[in-house]
Design a protein around this ligand. Structure first.
Ligand code: TXA
Ligand code: MG
Length: 348
């Protein structure tokens, strides 16, 4: 299959028209959003949605997010309670996904994997909203990566995984946030964060009065434990390079981690350290790359750097741990999964 790539800066009208038509015809389109690129299909076309699972190699029990372009659509596909409405009003359009009770007959079971809830999101990206509006459909879209790989934050990442496999990629440049949306279950009386993201714990608390964080956010699931959000039980965000997290006294932790990795791969192995600006001076003789100053900076480049590490044939990448609050919680949630929960400590 030939993949047409439209640069939305220069080919906006043609790209949008072709993409909207493809969606209407039950085909897959990679679309930019403010979080990561999505692999989009008509959410009410079960055959089209099945293609998403096939193309990604996605487990059949991991439900998809339904993207809408107007807040009023929420109530058409779900029974939105007061809490859902409050959060939607406060943070939509934006990187927040609400898990709500499904209204029967609206969204097919393939999208929700037979669950009685549905995840709904109104993205901030004007490109994503235009595609939804122009196609006149609700759009089911997981991140546009092969399952298990780091999520795509640039069109080139989507090309790595899907060139020749889907008909259209819309290139909207680099994604603003860089990590996927915050997923919050709101069908009870208290919001529960299932996956942290750009809308933080504090932001939700300010609107809802209270918020819970699912224990699976920073921990793995124990054998046999049921996942509130099925996506959390799968290996995720993994490049070919081995990922290790350095935590505690960072210099010690890095020394310990490099020691372990050199033992494993030989002294000549290629090990990269992704670090914050204020630690860079300590890594003088080592291979390091500054990812910025804040957790937001880290979030913005994390997936891009993991993919680049493979391109540059690194054996391993050491990630400096960040404080798991605010956007840092989202960064650590992804980092821990990409590292398969491998954390090397440095004693204080
Ligand atoms: O930012 C994002 O959310 C991106 C862009 C493309 O919008 N999409 C995205 O989709 O990250 P995906 O499929 O990669 O992640 C969706 C997450 C999964 O962890 C899935 O298990 C969870 O949302 N999810 C979907 N429906 C759910 C439901 N009914 N209950 C609980 N979790 C659900
Ligand atoms: Mg994903």
């Amino acid at each position: 299959m030939q993949t047409c790539i439209y640069d939305l800066k220069t080919q906006y009208e043609k790209g949008m028209d072709e993409a909207a038509r493809a969606i209407q015809e039950g085909e897959l389109v990679a679309m930019p959003t403010e979080t990561v690129y999505g692999l989009a299909a008509d959410a009410q076309n079960a055959c089209a949605v099945e293609q998403i699972f096939l193309a990604k190699g996605r487990p059949q029990d991991n439900p998809l997010i339904v993207h809408i372009d107007r807040i009023e659509e929420l109530d058409k596909i779900a029974f939105a309670n007061k809490l859902a409405e409050k959060l939607a009003k406060a943070f939509w359009p934006g990187p927040l996904t609400l898990v709500v009770k499904k209204r029967p007959g609206m969204i097919p079971d393939v999208v929700t994997c037979g669950m009685d809830t549905v995840a709904v999101r109104l993205p901030k990206s004007a490109y994503a909203r235009e595609l939804i509006a122009r196609s006149g459909r609700y759009i089911a879209a997981p991140s546009a990566n092969i399952s298990g790989r780091p999520s795509p934050t640039r069109a080139s990442h989507v090309m790595e995984d899907f060139l020749g496999k889907i008909p259209i990629i819309l290139d909207g440049g680099e994604c603003e946030v860089g990590l996927e949306s915050t997923v919050v279950a709101v069908y009870g009386d208290k919001p529960v964060i299932l996956r942290p993201g750009g809308i933080t714990e504090d932001m939700i608390k300010e609107v809802a009065g209270e918020v819970e964080i699912s224990p699976a956010v920073l921990g793995g699931l124990k054998e046999g434990q049921r996942a509130a959000s099925p996506g959390m039980k799968y290996k995720h965000y993994s490049p070919k390079a081995e990922i290790v997290i350095a935590d505690g006294s960072t210099r010690r932790a890095i020394a310990n981690a490099t020691g372990i990795l050199y033992d494993k791969y030989s002294k000549n192995s290629k090990v990269l350290i992704l670090c914050s600006a204020d630690m860079a001076e300590f890594y003088d003789s080592m291979n390091y790359k500054v990812v910025g100053k804040t957790p937001e900076d880290f979030a913005h480049v994390l997936f891009d750097e993991l993919r680049r590490a493979d391109e540059e044939k690194y054996d391993a990448v050491i990630l400096e741990a960040v404080k798991p609050v605010g956007m840092g919680l989202a960064v650590m949630n992804r980092a821990l999964r990409s590292a398969g929960f491998k954390v090397v400590k440095g004693d204080e």
